[in-house]
Design a protein. Sequence first.
Length: 542
Amino acid sequence: MSQAVDRGAPRRPVNNQHKSGAVAALLSFIFPGLGQAYLGRKREALTFALPVLALFFVLVAWVVSTGLARAGAKLLDPTVAGLAAIVSVVVVVWWAAAVVTAWRAGFHSSQATIAVPVALVALLFIGSISDRVPLGASWLYSISVADHGFDSGLDCTIQDCNTGDGLPTPTNGTVAQIPTGSPSPYGSATFGPTLAATPTSTDDGDDDYAPDPTEPPASIEPGPSPSFDITKIDAQDDGWLNVLLLGLDTRCAGGLVTGANTDSMIVVSANAATGQVYMFSFPRDMAQFPLYVGGTMPGYWKLNTFAGYTKGYPDTFPDPGQPALAYEIGFLIGMPIDYYASINICGFPQLIDEIGGVDICNTKTIDDPSYPWGNGQTGYHLDPGPVHLDGANALAYARSRHGSSDFARARRQQQLLTAIRQAILTPQNLARLPDIITSMGDIVHTDYPPNQIDQLLQLANQIQSDPTGSYVFGSSTGWAEHLPRTETNGRSVEFLDMDKIAALSIQVFGNKSQYWTNGPLPSVQLPQPAPSDTPAPGGTQC
């Protein structure tokens, strides 16, 4: 009787063969192997899930150990981005195989259910080929292609460069303020379309934004022969990483510009053994300095025009433009420059507006009544404290000269680069990263090896912290002499004290300094390093 009862009992499905293949495919679409686990095919589930899980945990461990910012910066290496794109393709194919396999192993009420895995696989591949899906193959490949913009070889000091569509109008009227007729230096009116324009002065001898009187081309003046050939020295063999950071200022007029001035020139020197970091800022107005090819810079040609000047003398400067400037700066400091990186300041507005603005902390009041907006209006004012800047205000923040040194201005430019990096990493900008990197490639150019770009960014970020020593080679800091414009034919120029520069080079770099190797100069009284960028009275810490 018991046997009869057993025969009449409903039979349970064998190997879950009645479980829906469509459901299994959907589960494996969510994560490889889930559909196989749903069907009770444990070994197959592990086969599909474990490789993806392992890749995921390796990625998480790497990000945690290196930090999100540096891990993201690794994508600026075209090789890394390209390999990541290949890995993404492999993962998508593996994922699709998990979906199809799960569907085939399940139960199908009709052949129409084949539409489910077809649709799911199509979604996987559409996501992979879309350049708006982060970590997708196309997204990563687009980054790999965009990365090549950083080492395109474009040199705005001797080539035509597109600086955009001109100076933009600020969108945040609460930030930029211009002088009014009130007794107070700055009125409460904000910059905007309803405010009467203040004409920009172009004939004021003290206007930092007006061009100097035209300096005709001139041959190199006689001078002492260099005691060392900076072009023949192995820059990789001294234990120091010396990077020249350049800020190009083309007066931001829009359109094509040839011969951009290098208005910010900072050498960042990092000791590989001790971790010490020194910064040396060469203000733009240096003139009549000794040249690495011998002789002296003629007339009142300034250091910020040297790169463009070299283009006119190919026989004397076989590597014109920024390479020649790197040689010259290395010659002056007594240490060869390993790499250089230039930033076209005039490209900031378009990039910053594209990423939705940036958040910065302004530690000191900026009062610049002469700042030109390019539309007849002048004046820029920014109070201390945290602030969100659009492209136009970020450009003013980067370019403003009054009330601060060239070094402080260069620090603000580096601060903006850090803020740009932070804005890029926000979720709303990740999907647009290829376009953003392309825009960055339009304003940042370097001969730094692509596979080490993240190290360059890390070095630039150290400018935000307190370095071992910071030096600004200007007259106000005791490293140069400044003469009135009445004695320099209307030009604002300064003259480096090369004895002090040489003594400092020996003090910092020791026997690695070329001044030491070629005979130390008599000791001189050195000015103190530049103070840290701490808030002035009325300033703030953010």
